[in-house]
Design a protein around this ligand. Sequence first.
Ligand SMILES: Cc1cc2nc3c(=O)[nH]c(=O)nc-3n(C[C@H](O)[C@H](O)[C@H](O)COP(=O)(O)OP(=O)(O)OC[C@H]3O[C@@H](n4cnc5c(N)ncnc54)[C@H](O)[C@@H]3O)c2cc1C
Length: 408
Amino acid sequence: MLASILLSRKGNNVTLLEQNEKLGKKLFITGKGRCNFTNVCARTEFLENVVTNPKFLYSAFEELSPEDTLKLFESWGLSAKIERGKRAFPSSDRSSDVIDMLKKKMTDCHVKVRLNARVTGILIEDGRAAGVSFSENGKEEEMRSDRVIIATGGESYPSTGSTGDGYRFAEDAGLKVTGLLPSLVSIECEEDYCATMQGLSLKNVELHVHDGKKEVFHEFGEMMFTHYGVTGPVVLTASAVIGPLIGKKPLSAYIDLKPAVTPEMLDTRLIRLFDANPNKDVKNVIHELYPAKLAPVIPGVACLNPEKKIHDVTRADREAIISATKHLPLTFKCLRGFDEAVVTKGGVSVKEIDPKTMECKKIKGLYFIGEVLDLDALTGGFNLQIAWSTAAAAASAPEEEPEETAKD
Ligand SMILES: Cc1cc2nc3c(=O)[nH]c(=O)nc-3n(C[C@H](O)[C@H](O)[C@H](O)COP(=O)(O)OP(=O)(O)OC[C@H]3O[C@@H](n4cnc5c(N)ncnc54)[C@H](O)[C@@H]3O)c2cc1C
């Protein structure tokens, strides 16, 4: 949508083909319906939040940076606000404002839109893009054009229209597509206690992941247990970083349930608590230290009989409780699927693409922008900015000189 506006403004005749019955279906659900459309943090911080191929974005950011995007959208009538962590949202908290702004601008710029029009293939003639074949309401057609811009998104949330077609177009054109994985997604775990604690949300915990040799991830924040494993902000971030390692490396993960408390401090608390309740069972005392769904799990992880009398609890038992608290183990089984993932990791290899213009190096006139590229970032408005900046880069590509016509 943004690329179509920017290209029309340069005097191009642009048609946007959308397979859905309306525009911006995925945009509508972004940011829990509020559309966190960019992040105006410093450039270096922004790029630290791009997990895959951040350097590829340097030129695209020259064309349209997060600040440029904010100013551009405001100049197009969007009222915006900046929240915690420099996240930008429409002031109304309605993603539909972003969609309506883009739609209005498309109308003003005379972009032609064909809905229910699914592109089925790219026409390539003499090594350059010559148009597309598409099916509109079941009728097969061809459309010839000087340039073709593929902005089909990734494979996540296919119900919004991002069904992975762009990857097939790229492969048909002989381009490399790197391995695809769901990212910013929940993780399934082996431990039965995840299901026992289903619905329990923990704030201020720390997730650590080791690959057998070194720590490959740690982050402080919020997470939640589900019937299959774990989810929540810290887990989604972990999925983006260590997702490709699951099943490939012997990962061991654990949650530090009380990162602000040292083992010694915890031991002091336990001693105080146990001294005050010598004749009670472990299970009837321990709940004072943990949320209700977590308390019954701790003795199990610590291999401690929950019916043991407190006056029988040994120093080794206390150490086991401390270990379970500071190192609650998680064994990652797999990532959840594309239908639940916020973005797709992997995509059209950036080696195939000119970073200044998003044009294919091998096939002139063919461009790839947005999530279909092998670019992905953490949550916070970074992924949409990747889409805006790469769209602006594609629209900035210079017009090709018309071929000389033969004279009589
Ligand atoms: C639940 C959820 C929340 C998110 N929240 C945020 C957020 O707040 N901030 C953020 O930065 N990012 C967020 N993201 C990620 C962000 O939405 C995507 O990275 C971004 O939309 C990618 O833009 P795109 O234009 O490349 O693809 P998309 O937005 O997926 O658009 C692709 C379009 O192409 C159409 N299409 C696909 N194939 C064809 C075909 N063959 N023919 C015709 N049309 C086709 C699709 O129907 C679709 O309309 C979120 C994602 C999800 C799933």
